[in-house]
Design a protein around this ligand. Structure first.
Ligand code: SF4
Length: 476
């Protein structure tokens, strides 16, 4: 499909994706359809319509997943068939759909996402009008053969919107963001637990800094507020395109995040270096509270951490500061300059950090480490539980609780303690079921390889042949 896309004129788009989201050491980590990341960002924005262009089966899956995760908006879809695709009619259909939807009374922006087949066929979303009656039109290619993870796909859309908003702000006055702070702000880059931005704001307050609108934003005009910051914090370090836009706007960017005591101290130092404001007052206030929260919530467990959200290194830092032994961290996201502070810190603790980790690497690490608790993706959790190792789905662990400051320090210990206690129960379950449910013994009552009923294959073959013959006879 990559080759087809290049022949169809998408080389520039693919090269850009490859630069921003490099593959390797593995070329394709195993996670959900990457376009889900862009779709989710679009669906979470007010006054924004999101339209998919792709195969019906892909759109069905993406729509299902969006609503499973509580999307409150409709997913737009421009269907196609072989003929409209080959004749170029699909582009015309998308253009018509965009004109139909782009009503300024309803929307600030319309996002169109090319999935695999339209990208491979060269559907030129870049030729769509840039705006219709003041409604911005953003067309992006997010093929599974060009964007390695859904996490990075969030950046594809966030980066494209920031670029558009930066150009608008450069050209003249723009709409006032929903909330404007009287203090200089720090823009947090990455999808965060809702309590985290106010928590980080409280940490920064003694420096005379506030937290501004985050990226990805919740409304178009928030983009102007996000760009208008004293510094940007790449809390999720894989937002390469968004970081590039921040830098193009002249904003300093810092990596890592305020996790644990040491992590928060380091992060505040980076913010101080970026803004020229001393971090002494903020450290004096925040660090003792975090230290106390960690002391009260010690973790005694050997753990492996793996996931595809991009915050795996931060979670591992916090776990280690709380006392956990974490010999392995795997992330499906790539290594970037902004993950370097966390990588270096973890390496200094003896933790192996695997970027672009494959499921096989995560599994191998878990089998070697034999942790008290494996935190990982669903297939890893499934494998761990089958082996009697307590396991927890990474996304559930991080998306439902705070990560930063003293709130983050207190949140992880309880869930780790509750899960690791289950080890005996898991061992009993493994011996109770004793291979039932695996291989040929799957299902109730099977002890041997199930046999076909005698003659069944023959009967089915004959029925198929008769049906085919009948179909051929029609019209003769
Ligand atoms: S990766 Fe491509 S083919 Fe697979 S579901 Fe996503 S759009 Fe469809």
């Amino acid at each position: 499909m990559q080759q087809a896309a290049r022949v169809a004129g998408k080389s520039e788009s693919l090269d850009k994706l490859l630069t921003d989201y490099p593959s390797g050491p593995h070329d394709q980590p195993q996670s959900m359809c990457p376009a889900f990341g862009s779709l989710r960002v679009g669906l979470r924005m007010r006054r924004t319509a999101t339209i998919l262009s792709g195969s019906a089966c892909c759109v069905y899956g993406l729509t299902f997943t969006s609503h499973f995760y509580g999307a409150k908006r409709s997913v737009g879809y421009v269907p196609f068939n072989s003929e409209t695709l080959v004749r170029g009619q699909l582009y015309e259909d998308i253009r018509n759909a965009v004109y139909e939807v782009a009503k300024p009374a309803d929307y600030d922006a319309v996002v169109v996402i090319n999935l695999c087949v339209p990208t491979a066929s060269g559907v030129p979303l870049d030729r769509l009008p840039k705006a219709i009656d003041g409604v911005r039109i953003i067309g992006i290619d997010v093929p599974g053969f060009g964007v390695p993870t859904h996490a990075e796909a969030k950046d594809v859309l966030a980066g494209a919107m920031l670029r558009y908003a930066r150009t608008e702000a450069g050209a003249g006055p723009v709409a006032r963001p929903r909330s404007v702070s009287s203090m200089p702000t720090v823009t947090l880059i990455g999808e965060l637990f809702p309590l985290d931005p106010p928590g980080v704001g409280a940490i920064l307050a003694p420096m005379g800094l506030a937290v501004g609108p985050s990226v990805p934003p919740r409304e178009w005009r928030d983009l102007y507020g996000a760009l208008d910051c004293a510094a940007a914090a790449a809390v999720h370090p894989f937002y390469t395109a968004s970081i590039r836009e921040m830098q193009a706007a002249g904003r300093p960017v810092v990596g890592s995040g305020p996790v644990g005591e040491e992590g928060t101290a380091d992060w505040l130092d980076s913010i101080a270096a970026a803004t020229g404001i001393s971090a002494a007052a903020a450290k004096a206030k925040a660090l003792p509270a975090i230290r106390a929260a960690i002391a009260e919530n010690q973790i005694e467990a050997r753990m492996t951490v793996s996931g595809y959200e991009g915050s795996e290194l931060l979670v591992a830092r916090l776990l280690i500061e709380a006392g956990a032994d974490v010999p392995y961290v795997g992330t499906a996201c790539p290594q970037t300059a902004w993950s370097e502070p966390d990588r270096a810190w973890l390496a200094a603790q003896g933790t192996h950090v695997q970027f672009r980790a494959s499921l096989e690497q995560d599994m191998a690490a878990m089998l070697e480490v034999r942790p008290d608790l494996a935190v990982g993706t669903t297939p890893l959790v499934q494998k761990a539980k089958a082996l009697g190792i307590p396991a927890l789905y990474f996304t559930n662990m991080v998306s439902a609780r705070p990560l930063f400051g003293s709130a983050g320090a207190g949140a992880l210990a309880a869930i780790v303690a509750a899960q690791t206690k289950g080890r005996d129960r898991f061992s009993r379950m493994v011996s109770f079921f004793d291979k039932v449910g695996s291989g040929e013994t799957a299902g109730y009552g099977w002890t041997d390889v199930p046999k076909d009923p005698p003659g069944a294959k023959d009967r089915l073959r004959k029925a198929r042949e008769a049906k085919a013959k009948a179909a051929m006879a029609v019209g003769t």
